[in-house]
Structure formats: structure tokens, C-alpha cells
Design a protein around this ligand. Structure first.
Ligand code: ADP
Ligand code: MG
Length: 410
């Protein structure tokens, strides 16, 4: 398998601190501060600071080593130009509260703009500066060397702690890593270590649970997991594309007709390999997606027109639970139903509770999956909750993550 195992070791933060005197030195740190914001009484506020907290150990370690920090992250999806609703100001405020220290921030046109450069130059020793949103600069997503050079001019060293952005080859994750002595931050290292336990000789049975809305997002991972897992449980809207491939009727459930053939091929491969691919026997359906809608349970391959499957049904939840009870390793990505709209959260909550109680190595990744898990309050009972959705999937899939490859010791 390419990408995950048998690779050069990463240059770690520990080694950087051991080998280099960071006292008075500047370190550019790529963090993943792509957090949800909400309009509050005095402007935009950070709603969930999980990702900011996750970067604190790396920030603390670098500060303890005497470094002056320049942090950079993307936030949301601005289209290569400044947009007030995606400014880093609320993040700087929240980070300052968490650290109990001022976090320098200046509203600029982007992290490589002339005003930003002057602002970084004026940073005092030991200070922390948070740069403006990296995606305000159209060159970020193009992995532009010129933008990377400007960012590299801010510092003596580069640390990448943004696992959630590691599957992108962007100026702040890839190009810049080649211009300064670079290392993986603590969070990045922890993520990779936790996920490696899935791809490298996992305890068996290894059961994978995949849900969510789109098959297209997850096809690659299903195909490579057929090689690795003992069983794959498929829930969420994805299940209906597979039902179509089996010749079932799925009413008005969300499907991707273009992918029916691929789904059929995946079913066939799983059969050939003797990998159990478990689809939901039944579905909790409604005629409209609302909490007060009348619900009815139908077999997932026999849903009448006008009805949509919005959650895995009670029998399927039981079958999934039985299979999971024997698991020694579990990887879960994607909610099993429309968990945002009760009662279609039912199976997701039941399976989350079960997985949290398992005597197994358990990993949950994906933005919505984490939100669904957080709603149960059981995050602490999961061995590893990955801050990266797409990145964790691509890692497990065996795709090389450019942000990680750039940190490999040569
Ligand atoms: P993650 O962010 O954890 O990777 P995804 O983004 O792939 O997960 O999918 C999450 C979305 O899938 C949720 O918004 C959820 O409402 C939706 N979803 C799950 N099951 C269904 C279903 N049966 N029909 C429509 N949408 C669904
Ligand atoms: Mg999502």
C-alpha cells in the first residue's frame, strides 16, 4: 500500500526542540483553526473551540522553548479574497482567552500582504501573532512558491500541526515546508500514530462503520478498506445507492445514480474477498425531513415512492450492534442518519453509545461524526477522535498526504 506505512520517519517537534536552540527564534506554525463561528452579541464568536484546544500543547511546548510564534490557518471557504465573515479575529480572541496571553492580530488583506509583513516584523520576542486567513490569498490553494517564500521570511523554523489540512497541497501546508527546517507538531504526530494503528496490523476483527450523505466522498476509502477490514457497515444515505445496485427500490431517498455501477462493483469485490459488507435491513422513513413528520419503518430495499430513508431502522441497528460487539478495532466515519433532525439521530446515538463502551481500539473521524458524538457526551470514551475528516479518510485509504510527506526526514 502506498502512502501510509514503510515511509521515512517524520521530523518531530521533540527532535526540533532537542536539536535546535529556539530561544529568541521565530517559528511559523500551521494550525487548523478552521472552527465554526456564530453571530454573537459583540460580533462573530467561536462556537466550538475543539480544534483550537487541540493545538495548545504544541503552542505551549514552543513557548516553553523560548520561541516567538507566528500562527497561520485557513477558516471557512473564502474564494481567494478577504471576506469579513472569515476573518481570524474571533479565533485570536478565543486563543488569547485559552492561553491567558495576548494574541496579536491585525485585520489585513491576507497573511502575505505588506501590512501583514510589517505587523509580523514588529512582533516582540516571546509574543504570539495570528496571521489573517490563509485563503484570503488566492495563491494558498495553488501551493504557490511566491506566497510560501513570504511566509517563510517570517520565521526560522516551520511546524505543521494542522492534520485536518494535511491532505491538501497548499502554500501553508506544503510549499512552505520545503523552505524552512520543518517538523510535525504534537497534534499532527498523535493523529498519525492513532490512525497508523488502523492501517498497520489492527487487532481483529476490524470493523469499519461508514455513513454520511455522499458515496462519492467515500468510495475510495471503501475500496481500500475491503482489503483491510473484516467487515464494513454502511449506513447513512450511502446505503441507498448500494440498495439500488442490489435492485431494490428506495423511494425518494438520497441516492447518487451515477455511482450505482461502482456500488455494484464494490459489493462484488467484497463478496469475492469474503469481506462482510452489511447494509441496513430496514430504514426509518418519512415523507418530509421534519421532527414532527409521521415516520414508518420499511425494508431498505422496499421504500415506497414519496418516502425517504432518513435513518437506519431498528432491526438494522440491532444487526450493526451485534457485529460491533465482537470487534477489536473500530473506525467510524459519517453519521448513520440525519442526526441533526430527531428522531433520525436514533441509530447514530445507539451505535455511538455502543462503540464508546466497547473493549476495542476505537477511532471516530469527520466533522459531522464528531458533532454527533459530542451530542452524546461520550467523546472521552473513544480512543481517538480525529480532528481531520477528509484527511483521516485519505490516510486510511492509503493516499499520501502532501502536508505529511513534506515533513518526512530525508
Ligand atoms: P462527516 O462530516 O462525519 O464526514 P458527512 O459529511 O459525510 O460526515 O455526512 C454527514 C451528513 O450526512 C449529515 O449532515 C447527515 O444529515 C447526512 N445524512 C446521513 N444519513 C442521511 C440520510 N439517510 N439521508 C440524507 N442525509 C443523510
Ligand atoms: Mg461533513
Amino acid at each position: 500500500m502506498k502512502g501510509t506505512d514503510a515511509r521515512a520517519p517524520l521530523r518531530t517537534l521533540e527532535r526540533l526542540i532537542e536539536e535546535q536552540d529556539l530561544q529568541g527564534k521565530r517559528v511559523l506554525v500551521r494550525v487548523d483553526f478552521n472552527v465554526p463561528l456564530e453571530q454573537g452579541e459583540d460580533g462573530l464568536q467561536v462556537v466550538d473551540d475543539t480544534r483550537i484546544r487541540a493545538a495548545l500543547p504544541t503552542i505551549d511546548q514552543l513557548q516553553a522553548a523560548g520561541a516567538t510564534l507566528v500562527l497561520v490557518s485557513h477558516l471557512g471557504r473564502p474564494k481567494g479574497a478577504p471576506e469579513d465573515r472569515y476573518r481570524m479575529a474571533p479565533v485570536a480572541r478565543r486563543l488569547g482567552e485559552l492561553l491567558g496571553q495576548e494574541v496579536r492580530y491585525l485585520k489585513t488583506d491576507g497573511p502575505a500582504s505588506p501590512e501583514q509583513q510589517r505587523f509580523v516584523e514588529s512582533a516582540a520576542s516571546g509574543s504570539i501573532t495570528l496571521l489573517e486567513n490563509s485563503r484570503f490569498d488566492a495563491r494558498e490553494t495553488k501551493n504557490d512558491p511566491e506566497m510560501a517564500r513570504t511566509l517563510a521570511s517570517y520565521a526560522d523554523f516551520y511546524v505543521n500541526d494542522a492534520f485536518g489540512a494535511a491532505h491538501r497541497a497548499h502554500a501553508t501546508t506544503e510549499a512552505v515546508a520545503h523552505l524552512l527546517p520543518a517538523a510535525a507538531g504534537g497534534l499532527m504526530s498523535r493523529e498519525l500514530e492513532a490512525l497508523r494503528r488502523l492501517t498497520h496490523d489492527p487487532d481483529r476483527p476490524f470493523v469499519v462503520v461508514l455513513g454520511g450523505a455522499k458515496v462519492s466522498d467515500k468510495l475510495g476509502v471503501i475500496e481500500s478498506l475491503i482489503e483491510q477490514a473484516d467487515a464494513i457497515i454502511i449506513g447513512g444515505a450511502m446505503a441507498y445507492t448500494f440498495e439500488l445496485a442490489k435492485g431494490g427500490r428506495v423511494g425518494d431517498s438520497l441516492v447518487e445514480p451515477d455511482l450505482v455501477e461502482t456500488a455494484a462493483r464494490i459489493l462484488e469485490t467484497a463478496r469475492e474477498r469474503g469481506v462482510k459488507l452489511l447494509l441496513p435491513a430496514d430504514s426509518l422513513c418519512a415523507q418530509r425531513l421534519e421532527s414532527d413528520a409521521q415516520t414508518q419503518v420499511f425494508p431498505s430495499g422496499d421504500i415506497p415512492d414519496g418516502w425517504s430513508g432518513f435513518d437506519v431502522g431498528p432491526r438494522a441497528t440491532e444487526e450493526f450492534s451485534e457485529l460491533l460487539e465482537g470487534a477489536r478495532t473500530v473506525f467510524w466515519n459519517g453519521p448513520l442518519g440525519v442526526f441533526e433532525t430527531p428522531p433520525f439521530h436514533t441509530s447514530t446515538t445507539a451505535i455511538a453509545t455502543l462503540v464508546a463502551g466497547l473493549d476495542a481500539y476505537t477511532v471516530v473521524g469527520g466533522g459531522d461524526s464528531i458533532a454527533a458524538l459530542a451530542a452524546t457526551g461520550l467523546q472521552d470514551s473513544i480512543d481517538h477522535v480525529s480532528t481531520g475528516g477528509g484527511a483521516s479518510l485519505e490516510f486510511v485509504e492509503g493516499v499520501e498526504l502532501p502536508g505529511v510527506a513534506a515533513l518526512e526526514a530525508d
